[in-house]
Design a protein around this ligand. Sequence first.
Ligand SMILES: *Cc1c(COP(=O)(O)O)cnc(C)c1O
Length: 370
Amino acid sequence: MKNLLKEIPEVLLMGPGPSSVHPDTYQALASSTLGHMDGDFIRIMDAIKEMLQRLMNTGNKLTLPISGTGSAGMETSFVNLVERGDRVLILVNGVFGTRMTDVASRLGADVDTVEAEWGTPIDPEKVAQKLKSGNYKIVAVVHAETSTGVRNPVAEIGKLVQNTPSLYLVDGVTSLGGIPVKLDEWGVDAFYSGTQKCLSVPPGLAPVSFSDSALDALQSRKSKVPNWYLDLSMLTQYWEGKKRVYHHTAPINMLYALYQSLLLLEEEGTEAAFARHAHCHTRLAEGLSKLGLQMLVEEKYRLPMLNAVVVPEGVDEAGVRNRLRSEFKIEIGAGLGPLAGKVWRIGVMGHTAHEENIDYFLDSLKKCIA
Ligand SMILES: *Cc1c(COP(=O)(O)O)cnc(C)c1O
């Protein structure tokens, strides 16, 4: 039988994730697999925790990667904090805010929302109004809405939530590694991310962090966490302390890859990495404008790592994407939900965020829309 892996082309990943992977990270995946209770592996786990805490700007002891993609991080955050009947306020302006309402509802939460039109940010004024009228156990928002390319004002919203007893839950799947994330300064109580966006690790892990207040809420639950695999009170016994307790077999080699990618970030310097994303975003936006294309989001609300571009009248949206992939070996993303067929989503995430990739993409796109 022929081996299909031998036919995999090298594709430049410029969609909404996964992003292109650094060669050192691929190398890390090929390191020898250790046992999950091995002392040498536990040293790597500890280093991952410390590097994640630095990247998230937090002193949260409970900071660890969940075995699963970004959505497993979302599920972990809600399943550990929500009990049936709890009031949860979710700020929705895209696919991932909408997904949060689904996850929270399935757990029996009483979900309320503040919405904003897709392509625009959440208005903190509307959140302030809601917080006056009701008490919520959790207020949840997506930092970087990958479905639209909007950056939500998480610091501002955090200030509002800090004046209430609510826990503040933030989705940082696309933001972590590409723009600053400051959990302690913003008063974030529960945070989750994913590895295949700006961390440039293949999909499969979801870094999560809980504050002491979130941990208190977890420890004072009336009911057991209704999901065994994602129960943080059990997972911490494997991730913390002198004596480690087996929970599930950690995805060893994936964790090597996360370790390597975090090391690469620290070697480059996080500020330099953020500047690299910003620089590539500007170069891309300028190039697109020269091609006569328009961005969906107003400049001051744009994310550097996810660029939604309006498909011009008369251009075959899927045709361009298909040609980019087949002829130029570039993947970009399509629009989702109400934006399907209307935008392309161009990712400038992690190892993809290099000038030469931007230039190659712009050159290829020019040929496709000519
Ligand atoms: C990608 C993404 C997710 C989901 O992550 P998966 O790895 O696809 O499970 C959640 N939230 C945001 C903002 C994302 O961009």
